[in-house]
Design a protein around this ligand. Structure first.
Ligand code: ATP
Length: 144
């Protein structure tokens, strides 16, 4: 059984980023509630994750029904649709989640996410690009 001590995480959007996040957290023994509006994605991850539910996360009422309000943390991993990501952060803010993480695809997107209540904004592609650049340069230095 996973911990249910308030360290659980709601992961919204099971695209490439969200599914890896949810899988890693599960392997780290965290309680994960995964949400995606696409029934095919839900089906696909239902054997790998403990709780995967189909819902439109922009609907505050749907999130409330799933018990999202009792979690301390949520990560909005939706990337392509700025509207869906912003409305989902807004719904989580309305539910009063203490720690909302959200993925941004641009600086403007990030600004909006912060202004509707995201506590942490992440840029997975930019951050990975930076990290790989540093790795490559540090390995190059090893050979000088
Ligand atoms: P990645 O790069 O991580 O693959 P992406 O940007 O290509 O992501 P998105 O279109 O952002 O993909 O979608 C990521 C996931 O979020 C999809 O599985 C999609 O079904 C889900 N999603 C999109 N909108 C909502 C929503 N309103 N409620 C719940 N899930 C959603």
């Amino acid at each position: 059984a996973r911990r249910s001590d308030g360290s659980g995480v709601v992961v919204i959007g099971l695209g490439r980023f969200g599914c890896h996040l949810a899988g890693s957290l599960t392997r780290m023994d965290r309680e994960v509630l995964a949400v995606d509006r696409d029934p095919e994605q839900v089906q696909r991850f239902s054997t790998q994750l403990d709780r995967v539910v189909q819902a439109d996360a922009t609907e505050e009422g749907a999130l409330r029904q799933l018990g999202v309000a009792s979690f301390e943390r949520a990560v909005v991993a939706i990337g392509a649709s700025v509207e869906a990501s912003v409305l989902t952060v807004l719904a989580l803010t309305e539910l009063g989640l203490p720690q909302i993480w959200a993925r941004a695809t641009s600086q403007k997107h990030a600004k909006i996410l912060s202004s509707v209540g995201a506590h942490h904004v992440i840029f997975p592609e930019a951050e990975t690009g930076d990290r790989v650049a540093h790795l490559i340069v540090s390995r190059l230095l090893d050979f000088i």
